[in-house]
Ligand binder design. Sequence first.
Ligand code: IPE
Ligand code: IPE
Ligand code: MG
Length: 252
Amino acid sequence: MRNIFSKSSKKVDEKDLSLDRLPKHIAVIMDGNGRWAKKRGLPRTAGHKAGIEALREVIRTCSEFHIGYLTLYAFSTENWKRPVDEVSALMQLLVYYLRKEVKELHKNNVKIRTIGDISRLPENSLKEINSAVNLTKNNTGLVVNIALNYGGRNEIINGVKEICQKVKDNEIDIEKIDEHYFEEFLYTKGIPDPDMVIRPSGEFRISNFLLWQIAYSEFWFSNIFWPDFNRESLIQAIIDYQKRDRRFGGIK
Ligand code: IPE
Ligand code: IPE
Ligand code: MG
């Protein structure tokens, strides 16, 4: 049986990467911070801190390869179930990260956006996010979509509600609702669907991430914990992606 885990021990040869067939949109479930820390006898928050280093490297690499969009799952609608201390540490780390990195990201022409219901985030996180989004809004390089208080089901329900309201107000005819119209009501409006979804940490699940958008995405799983994910891991993932035969339901 083929091992679906990428062998992280294998040396990655960058020459195997076809620069003319890169994915336009990569989505990442940044998972495994807690287990990374546990393995080292450290508190879970140390894992989250270490995860920021991986994040930095992945953004830099995507920028370098001129990838169009990078969507990062940072906090799910279900992550509120965690102890308040951990939730608050995650929120403060977000502030710390943005404060520290935003100038550099801006200099590199990165555009920061968010997906998810950010209104529930603490005030100082919201302030930092808004200022980063504002500062970088006219940038034309890599679009970094940070999924915060994001849930795929929640996103779909919100879209349905907005459309129902329009029907109720006689603004649109039901016949107008098709896939294309529906997408206008998602957080990812205007962004192409992810070509690939990367999930490290050894889990094989989607955890409520981009449920609508992943209809034809390629999945890449690995047992590396997120803080250990680096440039090489990303290149390996893209090389593997380039070997896939995407048929979208058709035949060759
Ligand atoms: C991902 O790492 C970070 C968030 C979900 C915010 P985890 O905290 O889920 O790490 P594990 O899965 O417990 O190892
Ligand atoms: C998914 O990871 C959410 C993020 C990485 C932000 P989780 O750790 O929350 O997912 P489950 O609980 O293992 O499915
Ligand atoms: Mg996890």
